[in-house]
Design a protein around this ligand. Structure first.
Ligand code: NAD
Length: 547
């Protein structure tokens, strides 16, 4: 038996304890010798099977279920029985399993979290723990936590305030960290920062499992978060803290508060940005337009779209533009129309750098006036790329770039079919959630899925492996460039600007190497550069679920 990937604080377990420890359990795959050695004889059916056979059984069980939410529940319980089997299954069948453990199914799982709840996972840090948060960490049984994903549940995917039900997101993201970034399960910690919820429906639900009170806001909220961060720094000083699905004002406020002080990033802002920038870079191979010459229009001006624009600003600056020139390439349309200087008093601080001098107008008129090469949607609202707007993009551009990033699939700004149909098949389309290939003009076009999972596991892995003190924009630019380069010519020919999900683990290594390289060369790494080289070192440290 391999040593537990979770370093338990207790002694080496035996017998039933082994079978009940998801990090140790191999169930019927324990060999005769292992059964003897660990006191398992008589506790297991006599047949000894391979991990491959166990995967076949698990797949049979998954496929027999009637709905994705039932499949989700099955996989969650597999995580509490046999971690290595779960992660081997995810890696071997990623295209089938990823949409079940993460988007789109995780959205429904969060909505129903209190009703499908079986067994607790992760940590709940609540407003009632003020002054005592450090003590909670004494109850967490693992010593070497390297990646923490935290949410306060206020803006879960495109679904709004789901309170403590949002715990499904840190759990799901960390499952991806393990599968795609090779961070061992025992080195991950999902955290629900529960400060209440303003979702009246949830609070009226007798099964709701979070704090039944309105959200804590303002100074007390940030003081509580400071206490949480201090506790993390004290117990796990080498851990990366990843912020997920905070409402936009808090997302920005927290990022600004900590990004230069501790190892952290916000995936909705920075991960989405790098993922989208990679897609834009790859789109230039189809459109023939240089990135440095592009004008880009965002529909939706929240944390996702603004994060993309902020990183694109840096990318334009890297091509030689001034910061002001770079921002002039980036335009926003929100629910009230084009974001312009004249609207400054109603805009949030993060919108102001992009509130250019222009008359107020709607999306259609804005496309006519600004003639963008790309339309990037992050509204969370279906139908926000209306037919007329997409047709205008096609009238201006030979290959209009149309990215409908909102999740889940039902919230995408337009569907893949619409984008291709309204542009005569000329759109370079990508979405946040999966769409099936589309037949157009006798050809099959495969929409790319721009998933943050292309970026964050690699960035996190590189940061953790080098012991980076902070995560910089330069690291995200490098991650975007690495991802764009990983799109094969064959994928580009099919109209796809993202690599298939099956290649993410390999891409994560390449991104991790790029990120670690920056950490080492800019003096941000706390660890020595490995003598065996970054690639070999990082690969050797990755959790391998095979037994
Ligand atoms: P947010 O609430 O901060 O912002 C939403 C923005 O959309 C606001 O500016 C709002 O004014 C605008 N909006 C709403 N309705 C509109 C309309 N009818 N027309 C124009 N603008 C409209 O949310 P966010 O954090 O920025 O996330 C937005 C979406 O982006 C979510 O649905 C999320 O799923 C998606 N997202 C996708 C990925 C990905 O990997 N694909 C990553 C992060 C976020």
């Amino acid at each position: 038996m391999s040593k537990s990937s979770k370093q338990s604080k207790r002694g080496e377990p035996r017998g039933l304890e082994v079978l009940l420890d998801p990090a140790l359990n191999k169930s019927m795959a324990f060999t005769r010798e292992e059964r003897e050695r660990y006191g398992l004889r008589g506790l297991l059916p006599p047949a000894i099977v391979s991990q491959r056979t166990q995967i076949s059984r698990a797949l049979e069980n998954i496929r027999r279920k009637d709905s994705d939410i039932e499949r989700f529940i099955y996989l969650q319980s597999l995580a509490t029985r046999n971690e290595r089997l779960l992660y081997r299954l995810v890696l071997d069948h990623i295209e089938e399993i990823l949409p079940v453990i993460y988007t789109p199914t995780v959205g429904q799982a969060c909505k129903e979290f209190a009703h499908i709840f079986r067994q607790t996972r992760g940590m709940y840090v609540t407003a009632d723990d003020r002054g005592e948060i450090r003590k909670l960490f004494d109850n967490w049984p693992y010593d070497d936590v390297r990646v923490i994903v935290v949410t306060d549940g206020e803006r879960i995917l495109g679904l709004g305030d789901l309170g403590a039900n949002g715990m499904g997101i840190p759990i799901g993201k960390l499952a991806l960290y393990t599968a795609l970034g090779g961070i061992a399960p025992g080195k991950t910690l999902p955290v629900m920062f529960d400060v209440g919820t303003d979702n009246a429906e949830l609070r009226g639900d007798p099964l709701y499992l979070g704090l039944d009170r309105p959200r804590l806001r303002g100074v007390p909220y940030f003081e509580l978060f400071d206490e949480f961060v201090e506790a993390v720094q004290d117990v796990y000083p080498n851990a990366l803290l990843q912020f997920e699905d905070f409402a936009t004002p808090n997302a920005y406020a927290l990022l600004r508060r900590y990004r230069d002080k501790i190892l952290c990033f916000n995936d909705d802002i920075q991960g989405t940005a790098a993922m989208t920038l990679a897609g834009i870079h790859a789109s230039t191979r189809l459109s023939g337009i240089e990135f440095a010459d592009m004008r880009i229009m965002f529909v939706g001006a929240g944390s996702a779209a603004t994060g993309i624009a902020d990183l694109m600003t840096e990318a334009f600056v890297a091509t030689g533009l001034s910061r002001d020139e770079a921002r002039q390439r980036l335009w926003f349309v929100d629910i009230d129309g084009l974001v312009v200087a004249d609207r400054a008093d109603t805009l949030l601080p993060h919108n102001l750098p992009y509130a250019h001098e222009h008359e107020r107008c709607d999306l259609g008129a804005a496309i006519d006036a600004i003639e963008p090469h790309a339309l990037i949607g992050a509204t969370g609202v279906a139908g926000t790329f209306p037919r007329a707007a997409v047709e205008r993009m096609a009238a201006i551009n030979e290959r209009p770039v149309i990215f409908a990033l909102s999740n889940p699939t039902s919230n995408a700004e337009c569907t893949a079919e619409q984008a291709y149909a309204w542009t005569g098949g000329r759109a370079i389309f990508a979405s946040g959630s999966p769409f099936k290939p589309v037949e157009i003009n006798g050809e099959t076009v495969t929409p790319g899925q721009g998933n943050n999972a292309h970026i964050f596991p690699g960035v996190g892995l590189g940061a953790v492996m080098s012991g980076a003190r902070v995560v910089t924009d330069e690291m995200f630019l490098a991650a975007a460039a690495t991802l764009a380069e990983a799109v094969a010519d064959e994928n580009i020919r099919q109209g796809t600007v993202y690599p298939p999900l099956s290649s993410i683990r390999e891409i994560s290594v390449a991104i991790a190497v790029a990120v670690a390289e920056i950490a080492h060369s800019t003096g941000l790494a706390r660890y020595e550069r490995p003598s065996d080289g970054l690639v070999a070192h990082i690969k050797s440290q990755m959790f391998d679920p095979t037994y």
